[in-house]
Design a protein. Structure first.
Length: 513
């Protein structure tokens, strides 16, 4: 999320290459760090990225069409100086006695004066007459390119003619009054829930695993206010926030001193130090960049080859060729940084490397000690997201017997957790101690079916033996929610997984009888 040269504003766009970012959002731009972060994400192994463009006072360009002695002014939907539009007006297939209707063609082009058309909309038989079915004010309200700015003229726009021949239909280009706006602030990143802007633009976005907020500019870090809102978004979406180390942390000792005053602790956040050095294609020299985009790419690359709980031998993040850490961190400093929750970026693997598992920024405030370890936290989020999304079908099964729905959902979740167990997600624990699933009468009493809610309780093994991370997943027609629960809050308190399975088998037999 950040500032770009062009593109949709506050509308997440799913991209699969940096080439797509260049085409839609304009590519690298010196005043913005977002383009560099996206480039580094894909360079280091990232495959898919949701991009959210945020602006601060950017103004869209206008487009003026003559209408007899009046004018029709259109204004671009997307702000900025790189939104190049053009319009064409003709009267083809319109009766000669109909002086209110016209045809309008709108195009977005790569640059003014070129024929590289990126998008096009054709509106046939628009009318300037008020109250008509094809009234232009109503029809253009659905355009993704322009909106009407000012009053609708009483005359239809003049036909646009080719300036050379004066006969064939030509185009009128948009004006040069667009503006890219001012540098972003924390308030721009936070946005407004009412407007669906900033971080709130992610409310209806596709699922994501990592959230990156690149620095406001090359010398300004994202402030604590925006980070706090981002953490809340990550908690709601069960994702992780990649926090960049402050620009003032030049050495490991700077980072260690800075962590003493660090007040932002969360199991849904992670940080890698130091910044990275990479070639800046616009400046033609090597520059230091915040590492968030590269870190997200490296984690995505790791997920392509290894499960999210990660084998120990890939615990270090290794940069792709062309990137290197801005400072060298010794093994003793790595240990101390890891104890503070800060991971260290490595360009190559060290033969004397110490086995340090990547950490989150949970610190001592973690609700569970497991969440201080990045792999354990990512596994938990992966399980919760998979189960919640994979069982949403229960809301469509309201006409089926409720217990039958519960049986099918429980069998589905158990099969998923068994596959994770067989893949080693829960270590060496036997299957009966690795997880449990409950969604029968104990958590879905018969009366609850009338409330249009379906409750599912799952638990999976913690690091300590005989302890579990337990969650209640609730599905309803209004959506789904997940909340942690303690086993002693449930009506099967203190039951072991083996006892739970025994009770479920017994209940199945009783239902058969």
């Amino acid at each position: 999320m950040g500032r770009t040269l062009r593109g949709p504003v506050n509308r997440p766009a799913l991209l699969k290459s940096f080439g797509e970012f260049q085409r839609i959002f304009g590519g690298l731009w010196q005043p913005s760090t977002l383009g560099y972060a996206v480039e580094q994400f894909f360079d280091n192994g990232g495959r898919e990225a949701l991009i959210v463009r945020v602006v601060n006072g950017a103004r869209p360009a206008s487009l003026t069409l003559r209408a007899a002695d009046e004018t029709l002014t259109l204004r671009a939907v997307r702000p900025g100086t790189r939104e190049f539009l053009r319009a064409s007006v003709d009267y083809d297939n319109i009766p000669a006695d109909n002086a209110a209707e016209f045809n309008l063609t709108l195009q977005r082009v790569r640059h003014h004066g070129t024929e590289q058309i990126e998008d096009q909309e054709i509106f046939a038989r628009l009318s300037v007459a008020p109250g008509t079915e094809r009234g232009m004010a109503d029809v253009l309200g659905a355009s993704t390119l322009v909106r009407i700015a000012g009053p609708v003229p009483s005359h239809r726009p003049d036909r646009t003619l080719d300036p050379v021949s004066g006969h064939s239909t030509g185009y009128v280009a948009s004006n040069t009054d667009g503006d890219d706006g001012a540098p972003l602030t924390d308030y721009d990143l936070i946005g407004s829930k009412a407007d669906g802007s900033g971080l709130f633009a992610l409310d209806d976005a596709e699922p994501f695993n990592l959230l990156c907020l690149p620095p406001l500019d090359r010398e300004r870090d994202v402030g604590p206010g925006a980070l706090l809102v981002a953490l809340r978004v990550c908690a709601e979406r069960r994702a992780l926030l990649v926090i960049d180390p402050p620009v003032a942390w030049l050495t490991a000792d700077d980072a260690l001193r800075g962590m003493k005053d660090w007040n932002l602790s969360s199991a849904n956040a992670l940080m890698y130090f130091p910044r990275i050095l990479a070639h800046d294609k616009l400046r033609g020299q090597c520059e230091a960049f915040a590492p968030g985009g590269a870190v997200a790419g490296m984690l995505a690359r790791s997920d392509e080859n290894f499960p999210v709980w990660g084998p120990p031998q890939i615990e270090d993040v290794a940069l792709r060729p062309g990137y290197r850490p801005s400072s060298i961190v010794g093994e003793d400093r790595r240990l101390r940084l890891a104890a503070a929750g800060v991971n260290t970026i490595q360009s190559v693997r060290s033969a004397t490397r110490l086995g340090i598992l990547p950490r989150t920024l949970a610190g001592s405030s973690a609700g569970a000690a497991d969440w201080q370890v990045l792999a354990a936290r990512r596994l938990a989020l992966f399980i919760l997201n998979s189960v919640e999304r994979g069982t949403r079908w229960v809301t469509l099964a309201g006409l089926r017997p409720h217990l039958q729905v519960a049986d099918l959902a429980a069998a589905q979740v158990r099969a998923f957790l068994r596959k994770l167990h067989d893949a080693g997600a829960f270590g060496a624990r036997p299957r009966e101690e690795a997880f449990f699933v409950a969604c029968d009468e104990r958590v879905n009493p018969p009366g609850r079916a009338d409330a249009c809610e379906f409750h599912l309780v799952i638990g999976f093994a913690a690091v300590r033996r005989r302890e579990y991370h337990s969650y209640r997943i609730v599905h309803s027609v209004s959506g789904s929610r997940i909340s942690p629960v303690s086993l002693n809050q449930l009506n099967f308190a203190q039951w072991s997984p083996a006892e739970l399975e025994w009770a479920e088998r017994l209940a199945d037999q009783l239902r058969v009888v």
